[in-house]
Design a protein. Sequence first.
Lengths: 227, 331
Amino acid sequence: MDNLLTISNLKIWYHKGSPVIRDLNLTLLKNEVVGLIGLNGAGKTTLINTLSGIHKDYSGGMNFADRTFKARRYTVFSEDSSFQYYTFNEYLSHVFTAYQKTSDQARIDELVNGFGFGDYRRVLIRDLSTGNKRKVFLITGFALRLPLLMLDEPVNGLDFQSTEYLYSLINGYRQFGTVMFSSHVLESICLTADRVLVLENGQISREFTHGQINAGQIRGALNDTDS
Amino acid sequence: MTRILNANLKKFMGAKYERVPKALLIWTIVLFSLRSSGFRLEIAPPVLWLTTVFITVSGFAQVLSSDDTADSLRGQLMLPENPFAFHAAFYVSVALYTLLTKAGLLLIGYLAVSTVRLSAVIGFFMCFTVSGAAIYPLVFRSEKKIAGYHYINRTRHNFIIYLLRYLLNNKNYLVNTVMLWAFGCVFAASIGKSAFLNFLPMGFALMCLNTPLGILLSSDRALYRQIRLLPRQTDCILLPYALFVTVMNTIACGFYLTAWRLIVGGFSPIMPVFAVLFAILSAVLTVTLEIKFPLLDWKVESDLWHHPRKYVVPGIMLLLALPVTFLTGGF
Protein backbone atom coordinates (compact mmCIF):
# COMPACT_ATOMS: atom_id res chain seq x y z
CA MET A 1 0.00 0.00 0.00
CA ASP A 2 1.16 3.57 -0.72
CA ASN A 3 1.84 6.09 1.98
CA LEU A 4 -0.85 8.65 2.73
CA LEU A 5 1.09 10.69 5.27
CA THR A 6 4.66 10.56 6.53
CA ILE A 7 5.72 12.56 9.56
CA SER A 8 9.28 12.71 10.85
CA ASN A 9 10.65 14.12 14.10
CA LEU A 10 7.42 15.75 15.17
CA LYS A 11 7.69 17.67 18.42
CA ILE A 12 4.62 19.16 20.11
CA TRP A 13 4.51 21.26 23.25
CA TYR A 14 2.29 23.41 25.42
CA HIS A 15 5.22 24.86 27.38
CA LYS A 16 8.48 25.27 25.52
CA GLY A 17 11.10 22.99 27.02
CA SER A 18 8.68 20.25 28.08
CA PRO A 19 7.28 18.67 24.91
CA VAL A 20 4.26 16.39 25.09
CA ILE A 21 5.31 14.60 21.89
CA ARG A 22 8.99 14.37 20.95
CA ASP A 23 10.69 13.08 17.80
CA LEU A 24 7.61 11.20 16.72
CA ASN A 25 7.81 9.37 13.42
CA LEU A 26 4.54 8.25 11.91
CA THR A 27 3.53 6.83 8.56
CA LEU A 28 -0.08 6.33 7.61
CA LEU A 29 -0.76 4.09 4.63
CA LYS A 30 -3.61 4.60 2.21
CA ASN A 31 -6.78 2.66 2.99
CA GLU A 32 -5.87 1.35 6.42
CA VAL A 33 -7.31 1.63 9.92
CA VAL A 34 -4.88 2.74 12.62
CA GLY A 35 -5.73 2.62 16.30
CA LEU A 36 -3.94 4.95 18.70
CA ILE A 37 -3.76 3.90 22.33
CA GLY A 38 -2.01 5.14 25.41
CA LEU A 39 -2.66 6.02 29.01
CA ASN A 40 -4.46 9.22 29.97
CA GLY A 41 -2.19 12.17 29.28
CA ALA A 42 -0.04 10.25 26.78
CA GLY A 43 -0.76 12.88 24.12
CA LYS A 44 -3.29 11.15 21.85
CA THR A 45 -5.67 14.12 21.70
CA THR A 46 -2.78 16.55 21.37
CA LEU A 47 -1.43 14.57 18.41
CA ILE A 48 -4.85 14.48 16.71
CA ASN A 49 -5.39 18.20 17.38
CA THR A 50 -2.00 18.97 15.83
CA LEU A 51 -2.64 16.84 12.73
CA SER A 52 -6.00 18.65 12.46
CA GLY A 53 -4.29 22.04 12.32
CA ILE A 54 -5.72 23.13 15.69
CA HIS A 55 -2.69 22.99 17.97
CA LYS A 56 -0.04 25.36 16.68
CA ASP A 57 2.96 24.76 18.94
CA TYR A 58 4.91 22.11 17.07
CA SER A 59 7.98 21.61 14.94
CA GLY A 60 8.92 19.02 12.36
CA GLY A 61 6.34 17.08 10.42
CA MET A 62 4.66 19.35 7.91
CA ASN A 63 2.33 22.35 7.79
CA PHE A 64 -0.88 20.77 9.04
CA ALA A 65 -2.83 23.98 8.37
CA ASP A 66 -1.89 23.79 4.69
CA ARG A 67 -4.95 24.23 2.46
CA THR A 68 -4.29 21.15 0.35
CA PHE A 69 -3.89 18.95 3.42
CA LYS A 70 -6.95 20.53 5.06
CA ALA A 71 -9.07 19.62 2.07
CA ARG A 72 -8.11 15.95 2.42
CA ARG A 73 -8.94 15.29 6.06
CA TYR A 74 -11.73 15.69 8.64
CA THR A 75 -11.65 15.18 12.39
CA VAL A 76 -14.33 14.17 14.87
CA PHE A 77 -13.22 15.54 18.24
CA SER A 78 -13.87 13.82 21.55
CA GLU A 79 -15.98 16.76 22.68
CA ASP A 80 -17.53 19.21 20.27
CA SER A 81 -20.19 21.81 20.99
CA SER A 82 -19.64 23.90 17.88
CA PHE A 83 -22.32 25.18 15.49
CA GLN A 84 -24.92 24.97 18.25
CA TYR A 85 -27.40 27.10 16.32
CA TYR A 86 -27.31 24.97 13.18
CA THR A 87 -29.30 21.79 12.70
CA PHE A 88 -27.60 18.63 11.46
CA ASN A 89 -28.88 19.34 7.92
CA GLU A 90 -27.44 22.87 7.99
CA TYR A 91 -24.11 21.73 9.44
CA LEU A 92 -23.83 19.07 6.75
CA SER A 93 -24.52 21.68 4.07
CA HIS A 94 -21.90 23.98 5.64
CA VAL A 95 -19.22 21.29 5.70
CA PHE A 96 -19.90 19.98 2.18
CA THR A 97 -19.67 23.55 0.88
CA ALA A 98 -16.39 24.03 2.77
CA TYR A 99 -14.93 20.88 1.19
CA GLN A 100 -16.55 21.76 -2.17
CA LYS A 101 -18.18 18.34 -2.35
CA THR A 102 -21.65 17.32 -3.45
CA SER A 103 -23.53 15.31 -0.87
CA ASP A 104 -24.78 11.84 -1.73
CA GLN A 105 -28.30 11.89 -0.24
CA ALA A 106 -28.74 8.12 -0.31
CA ARG A 107 -25.46 7.66 1.54
CA ILE A 108 -26.41 10.28 4.14
CA ASP A 109 -29.83 8.68 4.67
CA GLU A 110 -28.10 5.33 5.17
CA LEU A 111 -25.76 6.81 7.79
CA VAL A 112 -28.58 8.67 9.53
CA ASN A 113 -30.66 5.49 9.73
CA GLY A 114 -27.67 3.41 10.81
CA PHE A 115 -27.03 5.70 13.75
CA GLY A 116 -30.76 5.95 14.58
CA PHE A 117 -30.59 9.71 14.07
CA GLY A 118 -33.63 10.19 11.79
CA ASP A 119 -35.72 12.12 14.32
CA TYR A 120 -33.01 14.68 15.03
CA ARG A 121 -31.98 15.97 11.61
CA ARG A 122 -34.00 19.17 11.99
CA VAL A 123 -33.18 19.81 15.65
CA LEU A 124 -30.73 22.55 16.68
CA ILE A 125 -27.42 20.89 17.64
CA ARG A 126 -27.56 22.83 20.91
CA ASP A 127 -30.64 20.86 21.98
CA LEU A 128 -29.19 17.39 21.26
CA SER A 129 -27.93 14.94 23.88
CA THR A 130 -24.20 14.19 24.16
CA GLY A 131 -24.50 11.00 22.10
CA ASN A 132 -26.60 12.61 19.38
CA LYS A 133 -24.19 15.56 19.15
CA ARG A 134 -21.41 13.04 18.60
CA LYS A 135 -23.46 11.41 15.82
CA VAL A 136 -23.74 14.75 13.95
CA PHE A 137 -19.97 14.86 13.50
CA LEU A 138 -19.53 11.11 12.92
CA ILE A 139 -22.16 11.04 10.17
CA THR A 140 -20.55 14.09 8.57
CA GLY A 141 -17.10 12.53 8.73
CA PHE A 142 -18.20 9.26 7.17
CA ALA A 143 -20.36 11.02 4.56
CA LEU A 144 -17.45 13.14 3.34
CA ARG A 145 -15.30 10.12 2.38
CA LEU A 146 -12.04 12.06 2.52
CA PRO A 147 -8.64 10.33 2.25
CA LEU A 148 -8.02 10.75 6.00
CA LEU A 149 -10.61 10.58 8.77
CA MET A 150 -9.41 11.14 12.33
CA LEU A 151 -11.60 10.19 15.27
CA ASP A 152 -10.78 11.08 18.87
CA GLU A 153 -12.44 8.62 21.27
CA PRO A 154 -15.29 7.96 18.80
CA VAL A 155 -17.26 5.47 20.90
CA ASN A 156 -17.66 7.77 23.91
CA GLY A 157 -21.32 8.60 24.51
CA LEU A 158 -22.68 6.24 21.84
CA ASP A 159 -25.38 3.69 22.58
CA PHE A 160 -24.76 -0.02 21.99
CA GLN A 161 -26.33 -0.21 18.50
CA SER A 162 -24.56 2.93 17.31
CA THR A 163 -21.23 1.59 18.58
CA GLU A 164 -21.70 -1.63 16.58
CA TYR A 165 -22.66 0.41 13.53
CA LEU A 166 -19.58 2.63 14.00
CA TYR A 167 -17.32 -0.45 13.97
CA SER A 168 -18.86 -1.55 10.67
CA LEU A 169 -18.34 1.94 9.24
CA ILE A 170 -14.69 2.05 10.30
CA ASN A 171 -14.12 -1.37 8.75
CA GLY A 172 -15.89 -0.32 5.55
CA TYR A 173 -13.93 2.93 5.25
CA ARG A 174 -10.85 1.19 3.85
CA GLN A 175 -12.35 1.37 0.36
CA PHE A 176 -12.44 5.20 0.58
CA GLY A 177 -9.48 6.15 2.72
CA THR A 178 -7.66 5.85 6.01
CA VAL A 179 -9.07 6.07 9.51
CA MET A 180 -6.87 6.97 12.46
CA PHE A 181 -8.65 6.85 15.79
CA SER A 182 -7.78 7.01 19.46
CA SER A 183 -9.59 4.84 21.94
CA HIS A 184 -9.51 3.49 25.47
CA VAL A 185 -11.95 0.72 24.51
CA LEU A 186 -9.98 -2.39 23.60
CA GLU A 187 -12.93 -3.90 21.76
CA SER A 188 -13.01 -0.99 19.31
CA ILE A 189 -9.32 -1.46 18.53
CA CYS A 190 -9.43 -5.24 18.24
CA LEU A 191 -12.50 -5.27 15.99
CA THR A 192 -11.33 -2.68 13.49
CA ALA A 193 -7.62 -1.78 13.45
CA ASP A 194 -5.01 -3.00 10.95
CA ARG A 195 -2.29 -1.43 13.06
CA VAL A 196 -2.19 -0.30 16.67
CA LEU A 197 0.24 2.36 17.82
CA VAL A 198 1.07 2.70 21.51
CA LEU A 199 1.83 6.27 22.51
CA GLU A 200 4.12 6.47 25.52
CA ASN A 201 6.44 9.17 26.83
CA GLY A 202 5.73 11.32 23.81
CA GLN A 203 6.73 8.67 21.29
CA ILE A 204 5.29 5.63 19.59
CA SER A 205 6.81 2.95 21.77
CA ARG A 206 5.24 -0.14 20.22
CA GLU A 207 3.28 -1.15 17.17
CA PHE A 208 1.00 -4.13 16.66
CA THR A 209 -0.17 -5.34 13.28
CA HIS A 210 -2.91 -7.70 12.11
CA GLY A 211 -2.29 -11.05 13.86
CA GLN A 212 -0.71 -9.40 16.90
CA ILE A 213 -3.80 -7.32 17.60
CA ASN A 214 -5.64 -8.96 20.45
CA ALA A 215 -6.86 -7.77 23.82
CA GLY A 216 -4.21 -9.69 25.77
CA GLN A 217 -1.27 -8.24 23.84
CA ILE A 218 -2.57 -4.68 24.01
CA ARG A 219 -3.48 -4.93 27.70
CA GLY A 220 0.04 -6.19 28.34
CA ALA A 221 1.57 -3.29 26.43
CA LEU A 222 -0.51 -0.75 28.37
CA ASN A 223 0.39 -2.41 31.68
CA ASP A 224 4.09 -2.18 30.72
CA THR A 225 3.54 1.51 29.98
CA ASP A 226 1.88 1.98 33.36
CA SER A 227 4.74 0.35 35.24
CA MET B 1 -16.64 26.98 53.99
CA THR B 2 -13.02 28.07 53.44
CA ARG B 3 -12.44 24.93 51.36
CA ILE B 4 -15.42 25.72 49.08
CA LEU B 5 -14.40 29.37 48.90
CA ASN B 6 -10.83 28.45 47.88
CA ALA B 7 -12.02 26.02 45.19
CA ASN B 8 -14.26 28.63 43.58
CA LEU B 9 -11.89 31.55 44.00
CA LYS B 10 -9.23 29.56 42.13
CA LYS B 11 -11.67 29.17 39.24
CA PHE B 12 -12.45 32.88 39.16
CA MET B 13 -9.01 34.26 40.05
CA GLY B 14 -6.67 31.64 38.59
CA ALA B 15 -4.90 28.69 40.22
CA LYS B 16 -2.39 30.97 41.96
CA TYR B 17 -4.79 33.91 42.34
CA GLU B 18 -2.78 35.62 39.59
CA ARG B 19 -5.75 37.78 38.66
CA VAL B 20 -5.66 39.62 42.03
CA PRO B 21 -2.32 41.45 41.50
CA LYS B 22 -3.29 42.15 37.85
CA ALA B 23 -6.58 43.74 38.91
CA LEU B 24 -4.92 45.74 41.70
CA LEU B 25 -2.35 47.00 39.20
CA ILE B 26 -5.15 48.15 36.87
CA TRP B 27 -6.88 49.89 39.81
CA THR B 28 -3.64 51.68 40.69
CA ILE B 29 -3.01 52.76 37.08
CA VAL B 30 -6.59 54.04 36.68
CA LEU B 31 -6.44 55.88 40.03
CA PHE B 32 -3.14 57.63 39.34
CA SER B 33 -3.93 58.34 35.67
CA LEU B 34 -7.20 60.03 36.57
CA ARG B 35 -5.68 61.87 39.52
CA SER B 36 -2.70 63.16 37.52
CA SER B 37 -4.91 64.19 34.58
CA GLY B 38 -6.57 66.74 36.83
CA PHE B 39 -10.01 65.72 35.56
CA ARG B 40 -12.70 66.45 38.17
CA LEU B 41 -16.35 65.49 38.19
CA GLU B 42 -18.65 65.83 41.15
CA ILE B 43 -20.54 62.56 41.57
CA ALA B 44 -23.51 62.69 43.90
CA PRO B 45 -23.62 59.68 46.28
CA PRO B 46 -27.03 58.46 44.97
CA VAL B 47 -25.57 58.33 41.44
CA LEU B 48 -22.65 56.24 42.74
CA TRP B 49 -24.97 53.91 44.63
CA LEU B 50 -27.40 53.43 41.74
CA THR B 51 -24.53 52.68 39.35
CA THR B 52 -23.13 50.24 41.91
CA VAL B 53 -26.43 48.38 42.08
CA PHE B 54 -26.62 48.21 38.29
CA ILE B 55 -23.04 46.95 37.86
CA THR B 56 -23.36 44.44 40.72
CA VAL B 57 -26.65 43.00 39.52
CA SER B 58 -25.46 42.68 35.92
CA GLY B 59 -22.10 41.23 37.06
CA PHE B 60 -23.74 38.58 39.27
CA ALA B 61 -26.30 37.76 36.58
CA GLN B 62 -23.58 37.34 33.96
CA VAL B 63 -21.54 34.92 36.07
CA LEU B 64 -24.41 32.94 37.55
CA SER B 65 -26.40 32.53 34.35
CA SER B 66 -23.53 31.26 32.22
CA ASP B 67 -23.52 27.59 31.18
CA ASP B 68 -19.85 27.52 32.02
CA THR B 69 -20.61 28.26 35.70
CA ALA B 70 -23.39 25.64 35.70
CA ASP B 71 -20.86 23.09 34.41
CA SER B 72 -18.42 23.85 37.22
CA LEU B 73 -21.17 23.66 39.85
CA ARG B 74 -22.42 20.18 38.95
CA GLY B 75 -19.49 18.38 40.56
CA GLN B 76 -19.63 20.57 43.66
CA LEU B 77 -23.36 20.22 44.26
CA MET B 78 -23.07 16.45 44.03
CA LEU B 79 -20.93 16.48 47.20
CA PRO B 80 -22.62 16.26 50.61
CA GLU B 81 -21.93 19.88 51.52
CA ASN B 82 -23.90 21.93 54.04
CA PRO B 83 -26.20 23.97 51.71
CA PHE B 84 -25.86 27.17 53.75
CA ALA B 85 -22.06 26.93 53.89
CA PHE B 86 -21.90 26.15 50.17
CA HIS B 87 -24.07 29.09 49.09
CA ALA B 88 -22.39 31.48 51.51
CA ALA B 89 -18.96 30.52 50.15
CA PHE B 90 -20.09 30.64 46.54
CA TYR B 91 -21.76 34.03 47.06
CA VAL B 92 -18.54 35.41 48.57
CA SER B 93 -16.44 34.07 45.67
CA VAL B 94 -18.75 35.62 43.05
CA ALA B 95 -18.87 38.85 45.07
CA LEU B 96 -15.07 39.09 45.30
CA TYR B 97 -14.76 38.37 41.56
CA THR B 98 -17.38 41.04 40.73
CA LEU B 99 -15.77 43.55 43.08
CA LEU B 100 -12.30 42.96 41.68
CA THR B 101 -13.18 42.97 37.99
CA LYS B 102 -16.15 45.34 37.78
CA ALA B 103 -17.54 47.24 40.76
CA GLY B 104 -14.11 48.03 42.21
CA LEU B 105 -13.21 50.09 39.16
CA LEU B 106 -16.30 52.22 39.70
CA LEU B 107 -15.21 53.01 43.26
CA ILE B 108 -11.68 53.79 42.05
CA GLY B 109 -13.12 56.16 39.44
CA TYR B 110 -15.18 57.90 42.13
CA LEU B 111 -12.19 58.21 44.47
CA ALA B 112 -10.09 59.63 41.65
CA VAL B 113 -12.35 62.31 40.20
CA SER B 114 -14.88 63.29 42.84
CA THR B 115 -14.87 64.81 46.31
CA VAL B 116 -14.74 61.75 48.56
CA ARG B 117 -17.37 61.35 51.24
CA LEU B 118 -17.06 58.50 53.74
CA SER B 119 -20.84 58.01 53.68
CA ALA B 120 -20.71 57.52 49.89
CA VAL B 121 -18.00 54.84 50.23
CA ILE B 122 -19.88 53.02 53.00
CA GLY B 123 -23.02 53.25 50.86
CA PHE B 124 -21.11 51.77 47.92
CA PHE B 125 -20.19 48.66 49.92
CA MET B 126 -23.70 48.35 51.34
CA CYS B 127 -25.30 48.63 47.88
CA PHE B 128 -22.80 46.13 46.52
CA THR B 129 -23.38 43.57 49.26
CA VAL B 130 -27.16 43.90 49.44
CA SER B 131 -27.81 43.97 45.68
CA GLY B 132 -25.49 40.97 45.21
CA ALA B 133 -27.29 39.05 47.95
CA ALA B 134 -30.67 39.99 46.49
CA ILE B 135 -29.88 38.91 42.92
CA TYR B 136 -27.98 35.73 43.91
CA PRO B 137 -30.97 33.48 44.71
CA LEU B 138 -32.87 34.81 41.67
CA VAL B 139 -30.25 33.93 39.06
CA PHE B 140 -28.38 31.01 40.66
CA ARG B 141 -28.84 27.83 38.68
CA SER B 142 -26.97 24.58 38.71
CA GLU B 143 -28.19 23.21 35.38
CA LYS B 144 -27.78 24.37 31.82
CA LYS B 145 -30.84 25.83 30.16
CA ILE B 146 -32.77 23.03 28.47
CA ALA B 147 -35.42 24.50 26.24
CA GLY B 148 -36.60 21.32 24.49
CA TYR B 149 -36.14 20.55 20.81
CA HIS B 150 -36.27 23.37 18.29
CA TYR B 151 -37.15 21.97 14.85
CA ILE B 152 -36.04 23.91 11.78
CA ASN B 153 -36.87 22.94 8.23
CA ARG B 154 -34.00 24.71 6.49
CA THR B 155 -31.49 22.38 4.87
CA ARG B 156 -29.06 24.97 3.47
CA HIS B 157 -26.55 26.64 5.76
CA ASN B 158 -26.46 30.40 6.17
CA PHE B 159 -24.10 31.80 8.77
CA ILE B 160 -25.97 35.09 9.00
CA ILE B 161 -29.09 33.20 10.07
CA TYR B 162 -26.87 31.25 12.50
CA LEU B 163 -25.71 34.54 14.05
CA LEU B 164 -29.26 35.85 14.27
CA ARG B 165 -30.30 32.72 16.16
CA TYR B 166 -27.24 33.13 18.38
CA LEU B 167 -28.18 36.68 19.21
CA LEU B 168 -31.87 35.91 19.79
CA ASN B 169 -31.03 32.97 22.06
CA ASN B 170 -28.67 34.95 24.26
CA LYS B 171 -30.84 37.54 25.92
CA ASN B 172 -27.93 39.42 27.49
CA TYR B 173 -26.37 39.83 24.01
CA LEU B 174 -29.65 41.22 22.75
CA VAL B 175 -30.07 43.54 25.75
CA ASN B 176 -26.51 44.82 25.26
CA THR B 177 -27.21 45.56 21.58
CA VAL B 178 -30.47 47.40 22.34
CA MET B 179 -28.74 49.34 25.12
CA LEU B 180 -26.06 50.44 22.65
CA TRP B 181 -28.75 51.76 20.32
CA ALA B 182 -30.41 53.57 23.23
CA PHE B 183 -27.04 54.98 24.25
CA GLY B 184 -26.60 56.23 20.68
CA CYS B 185 -29.83 58.23 20.98
CA VAL B 186 -28.90 59.68 24.39
CA PHE B 187 -25.35 60.45 23.23
CA ALA B 188 -26.65 62.25 20.13
CA ALA B 189 -28.95 64.37 22.29
CA SER B 190 -26.40 65.24 24.95
CA ILE B 191 -23.39 65.85 22.70
CA GLY B 192 -25.34 67.49 19.91
CA LYS B 193 -27.05 69.96 22.23
CA SER B 194 -24.26 70.73 24.66
CA ALA B 195 -21.11 70.67 22.51
CA PHE B 196 -20.27 73.90 20.76
CA LEU B 197 -18.54 71.97 18.00
CA ASN B 198 -19.91 69.32 15.72
CA PHE B 199 -18.80 66.04 17.24
CA LEU B 200 -21.18 63.94 15.19
CA PRO B 201 -18.55 61.57 13.63
CA MET B 202 -17.26 60.69 17.13
CA GLY B 203 -20.52 58.89 17.76
CA PHE B 204 -19.91 56.55 14.80
CA ALA B 205 -16.83 55.22 16.59
CA LEU B 206 -18.79 54.65 19.83
CA MET B 207 -21.54 52.83 17.95
CA CYS B 208 -18.94 50.17 17.06
CA LEU B 209 -18.56 49.15 20.73
CA ASN B 210 -20.90 46.13 20.54
CA THR B 211 -19.07 43.81 22.93
CA PRO B 212 -20.97 40.53 22.38
CA LEU B 213 -20.67 40.77 18.59
CA GLY B 214 -16.94 41.39 18.91
CA ILE B 215 -16.29 38.23 20.97
CA LEU B 216 -18.41 35.71 19.08
CA LEU B 217 -15.52 33.39 18.20
CA SER B 218 -13.63 33.87 21.46
CA SER B 219 -16.70 32.97 23.49
CA ASP B 220 -17.33 29.81 21.44
CA ARG B 221 -14.03 27.92 21.52
CA ALA B 222 -15.53 24.86 19.80
CA LEU B 223 -16.68 27.02 16.89
CA TYR B 224 -13.24 28.62 16.64
CA ARG B 225 -11.69 25.11 16.53
CA GLN B 226 -14.02 24.09 13.68
CA ILE B 227 -13.07 27.23 11.76
CA ARG B 228 -9.44 26.16 12.02
CA LEU B 229 -10.31 22.57 11.10
CA LEU B 230 -12.48 23.15 8.06
CA PRO B 231 -11.22 24.53 4.75
CA ARG B 232 -12.58 27.71 3.09
CA GLN B 233 -13.96 29.26 6.26
CA THR B 234 -13.21 32.79 5.05
CA ASP B 235 -16.11 32.44 2.62
CA CYS B 236 -18.35 30.31 4.82
CA ILE B 237 -17.96 32.12 8.15
CA LEU B 238 -15.68 35.15 8.26
CA LEU B 239 -17.29 37.13 5.42
CA PRO B 240 -20.86 36.53 6.65
CA TYR B 241 -19.68 37.41 10.18
CA ALA B 242 -18.19 40.69 8.90
CA LEU B 243 -21.36 41.42 6.94
CA PHE B 244 -23.49 40.77 10.04
CA VAL B 245 -21.39 43.10 12.21
CA THR B 246 -21.50 45.74 9.44
CA VAL B 247 -25.31 45.61 9.38
CA MET B 248 -25.56 45.76 13.19
CA ASN B 249 -23.12 48.70 13.35
CA THR B 250 -25.00 50.47 10.56
CA ILE B 251 -28.27 50.03 12.46
CA ALA B 252 -26.61 51.49 15.59
CA CYS B 253 -25.32 54.45 13.56
CA GLY B 254 -28.81 54.76 12.04
CA PHE B 255 -30.37 55.17 15.50
CA TYR B 256 -27.68 57.70 16.38
CA LEU B 257 -28.20 59.75 13.21
CA THR B 258 -31.99 59.63 13.50
CA ALA B 259 -31.80 60.87 17.10
CA TRP B 260 -29.41 63.60 16.01
CA ARG B 261 -31.74 64.69 13.21
CA LEU B 262 -34.80 64.74 15.48
CA ILE B 263 -33.25 66.33 18.56
CA VAL B 264 -30.30 68.39 17.34
CA GLY B 265 -31.07 69.17 13.72
CA GLY B 266 -29.71 68.56 10.28
CA PHE B 267 -26.30 67.33 9.20
CA SER B 268 -24.31 67.09 6.01
CA PRO B 269 -25.58 64.45 3.52
CA ILE B 270 -22.08 62.95 3.53
CA MET B 271 -22.56 61.80 7.15
CA PRO B 272 -24.63 58.67 6.39
CA VAL B 273 -21.89 57.67 3.93
CA PHE B 274 -19.28 58.07 6.67
CA ALA B 275 -21.52 56.06 9.02
CA VAL B 276 -21.57 53.12 6.60
CA LEU B 277 -17.81 53.38 6.00
CA PHE B 278 -17.20 53.35 9.76
CA ALA B 279 -19.51 50.35 10.12
CA ILE B 280 -17.68 48.41 7.39
CA LEU B 281 -14.20 49.24 8.63
CA SER B 282 -14.98 48.44 12.25
CA ALA B 283 -16.56 45.11 11.21
CA VAL B 284 -13.46 44.14 9.24
CA LEU B 285 -11.23 45.07 12.19
CA THR B 286 -13.46 43.18 14.63
CA VAL B 287 -13.41 39.95 12.58
CA THR B 288 -9.66 40.25 11.96
CA LEU B 289 -9.03 40.60 15.69
CA GLU B 290 -11.25 37.62 16.43
CA ILE B 291 -9.58 35.28 13.97
CA LYS B 292 -5.97 36.43 14.45
CA PHE B 293 -5.99 37.27 18.16
CA PRO B 294 -8.83 35.31 19.75
CA LEU B 295 -9.20 35.41 23.54
CA LEU B 296 -9.33 31.71 24.31
CA ASP B 297 -7.84 31.49 27.79
CA TRP B 298 -10.81 32.92 29.67
CA LYS B 299 -11.87 31.32 32.95
CA VAL B 300 -15.45 32.56 33.08
CA GLU B 301 -17.29 33.97 30.08
CA SER B 302 -17.73 37.25 31.93
CA ASP B 303 -13.94 37.79 31.56
CA LEU B 304 -14.45 38.29 27.83
CA TRP B 305 -16.97 41.07 28.27
CA HIS B 306 -14.50 43.14 30.23
CA HIS B 307 -11.30 42.38 28.37
CA PRO B 308 -9.63 45.63 27.29
CA ARG B 309 -9.33 44.29 23.73
CA LYS B 310 -12.91 45.43 23.14
CA TYR B 311 -11.71 49.04 23.17
CA VAL B 312 -9.18 48.46 20.36
CA VAL B 313 -11.64 48.79 17.47
CA PRO B 314 -13.59 51.80 18.87
CA GLY B 315 -10.21 53.35 19.77
CA ILE B 316 -8.98 53.05 16.18
CA MET B 317 -12.33 54.31 14.91
CA LEU B 318 -12.14 57.26 17.31
CA LEU B 319 -8.72 58.17 15.90
CA LEU B 320 -10.18 57.99 12.40
CA ALA B 321 -13.14 60.10 13.50
CA LEU B 322 -10.84 63.00 14.39
CA PRO B 323 -9.81 63.83 10.80
CA VAL B 324 -13.37 63.19 9.63
CA THR B 325 -14.63 65.67 12.24
CA PHE B 326 -12.00 68.12 11.08
CA LEU B 327 -12.80 67.64 7.37
CA THR B 328 -16.52 68.07 7.91
CA GLY B 329 -16.02 71.32 9.75
CA GLY B 330 -16.22 70.10 13.33
CA PHE B 331 -13.12 71.89 14.59
